[in-house]
Design a protein around this ligand. Sequence first.
Ligand code: SF4
Ligand code: SF4
Ligand code: SF4
Ligand code: FES
Length: 947
Amino acid sequence: MIETILSRDLGTPPPAVITDYVTLSIDGQRVTVPAGTSVMRAAALSSINIPKLCATDSLEPFGSCRLCLVEIEGRRGYPASCTTPAEEGMVVRTQSPKLQQLRKGVMELYISDHPLDCLTCPANGNCELQDMAGVTGLREVRYGYDGANHLKLKKDESNPYFTFDSSKCIVCNRCVRACEETQGTFALTISGRGFDSRVSPGQDQPFMASECVSCGACVEACPTATLQENTVIWLGQAEHKVTTTCAYCGVGCSLNAEMKGNEVVRMVPAKDGKANEGHACVKGRFAWGYATHKDRITKPMIRAKITDPWREVSWDEALDYAASEFRRIQAKHGRDAIGGIVSSRCTNEEGYLVQKLVRAAFGNNNVDTCARVCHSPTGYGLKQTLGESAGTQSFKSIEHTDVVLVIGANPTDGHPVFGSRMKRRLRQGARLIVIDPRRIDLVEAPHVRADHHLQLRPGTNVAILSALAHVIVTEGLLAEEFIAERCEERAFSQWREFVARPENSPEVTEEATGVPAQQVRAAARLYATGGNAAIYYGLGVTEHAQGSTAVMAIANLAMATGNVGREGVGVNPLRGQNNVQGSCDIGSFPHELPGYRHVSDGTVRGMFEQAWGVPLQPEPGLRIPNMFEAALDGSFMGLYCQGEDIVQSDPNTQHVTAALSAMECIVVQDIFLNETAKYAHVLLPGSSFLEKDGTFTNAERRISRVRKVMPPRAGMADWEVTMALSNRLGYPMNYRHPAEIMDEIAQLTPTFAGVSYARLEQLGSIQWPCNDAAPEGTPTMHINEFVRGKGRFIITQYVATSEKVTRKYPLVLTTGRILSQYNVGAQTRRTENVRWHAEDRLEIHPHDAQERGIADGDWVGIQSRAGETVLRALVTERMQPGVVYTTFHFPESGANVITTENSDWATNCPEYKVTAVQVMPVRQPSEWQREYERFNTAQLGLAEVRA
Ligand code: SF4
Ligand code: SF4
Ligand code: SF4
Ligand code: FES
């Protein structure tokens, strides 16, 4: 056991920078290590294990336990090896009778105040204290066990996922440091002194009442059973592990599923996961219980009408029925009357098969993805300016960033593990500009404070980005040399002339944005002159009528200041769902084949026609909103929807449900009876990420393996279901494993040419492009030239959204996410995460609340020109006056009942972030909510009757 633990943990982190090497002798072995390496790490690198308790290689050394003492020639005393740097010529001894005696003494003290319940302790078999007792040869405790001790301390069981048993705490401080260094929340302290010193969350509060965000970093760091996952307490230690990838957000954390047979015991963030480096958040670390929730759909079901009860049938019958319905609809309404939707929650291989099914078996290009409603403007805007529809950097790149500009993103909630990494860089001294209508947590977090928070009005991103560019151009802050060498000259001149116009000055745009001109000027100067500057953005940029324009304005800013093409800089879209990048990469938009190649390109199409053996349509197919329109027109009657819940996630719910109600056959493949499934005619059980083999591609273009840890609950993997449907439609698909699907993607997509499961096994993960030119992938893009050759500046004229505040609708509603819930909430609502967020609330500024007689917690009606819903109010100064905010994680909230059909001019990405609304106190649910309740109850009843 000791060998296993120490071989995984080198005790202290490597030095931050390597400038020199030193050679020393440890137990007679010559060891050469980078200068700044601790003696403990140098020894561990040579397989010499020095006992330790307070040290671990994910945290800076602390030097409190005194177990790691060594002898160093020429030095007095017994220095701690974890805090002593290795030096040239040093001669170290790690074992001697005196050291053994000292270490035994340390252990005696620990054990005399420790419950001796090893056999029944949940950490039994995985406890560093137990290991150290063994290593030091502790045989007796001379002090006895009757002195003052902490053995009667009460457990804190407030957190649903882990227990804090203070009686087992050795006060090593690892948890406190993990919360500070790894997570950046600073929720834990050591209170009291000497014998009285104890770990406590917040001001001696239970964990759930403290600032703790339940990331689990402290649990991971704890060497004893003091902080322990409840699942380990209930199930015992795991017997094997499988490395897979988190299926929640676009960070794509690598997780080790620790298993007992087919049961997950716990999820542990993988230390060698390149996206997360041993960290995770409350979702990936703990919220996986939905995978075995009783609500899982495990039997295929069909019904002729949505008012009929569901009928459980065999896979064969369900697939035969779906195929016959699709063919019937095509015969009646034409080839283009059906289509499919790819989900960003599914794997690359599953998405690839769905788009292939639509193009090759349906015979049209009516395939779209949920990226339509989130990052489609990123694809468009970055392709136009830089030449590739993807972010430019790896997450690690932020370690070289001097100025972080966050616009329309909330990393600590939406991308928590990257948010922690960002906070770490900010604590090290990087400067921060936040552009957001809300005071997001990053604006002021422990030891982090934004230099500038430009609290703009929703819908004015383009105006403020142009104003930043105006300052850079007119104050002579352009990276002239970079632009001359790397960018199209004519486009740049036109852009420069455009942004220099007075109408784009901060003084003029202030009226629209509401941000004082001086703040904009100061932020622009900082971005342009503060060193390496990196932009991170999210849906607060894309989900606007000018979403694509704003993305291009961001790329313009980066090019204008030379902040592209090296580490520490760049343009970084923070993708919402786990596989948004991947679902776009593999051709799920109606106008693009895999690798972002337009369907009208005859050469590309010819290559796919040859590989797939069918003619392909040269015209783009329908986007999701066009599918709805066509359904209401009577020309689009059948839909295959895999893993996506368009009823809850798409705007203007009434319009979506009217369109679905008009269709003749909707086939939903999902793990739960989601809101869309309530309008379906065929329900094909889906698989959770724990039941899948495949790959996800995260926000940094990193392709990572998803590995099956348990068999699909309904017997068929999602890719097998799509394949079976295709075969029934007369288009043969014969893959034996998702690896073969990836091989086909690689064969047909130049940016994926070098990707294979074998290569992924070898490298762990790969950032595309991966091909002969970059066999190990591409962490930083556009290094010497842009993918499109010369970078292209594009004029970004600000056009105010047509969604205006009026006397009737005087407030602007903007929407977003919260840490503990994920997207439509279908997964996280079925976990203990509801303990943090059990309902969507309407955040409103105290001034707006007072004006309307609204107190915190009151029921309020929110009315827009699209619809009305009712939520409880959360009165908070995070909001600016005139702007209200809500999340959309619960279907009964109906957040999208009020959002409108306004959308981005280039991509149709909905304008979720700007809806003019009125908010008033009310006493009862809205009419929509009452109707939802009725419909939902009826549908749940129909699902109960599975004749
Ligand atoms: S779970 Fe995370 S946030 Fe909470 S105390 Fe532990 S490290 Fe800090
Ligand atoms: S809770 Fe665990 S990590 Fe924290 S001080 Fe106690 S023993 Fe160390
Ligand atoms: S939700 Fe995102 S940040 Fe959290 S563990 Fe999963 S991938 Fe990582
Ligand atoms: S491990 Fe070095 S003092 Fe604790």
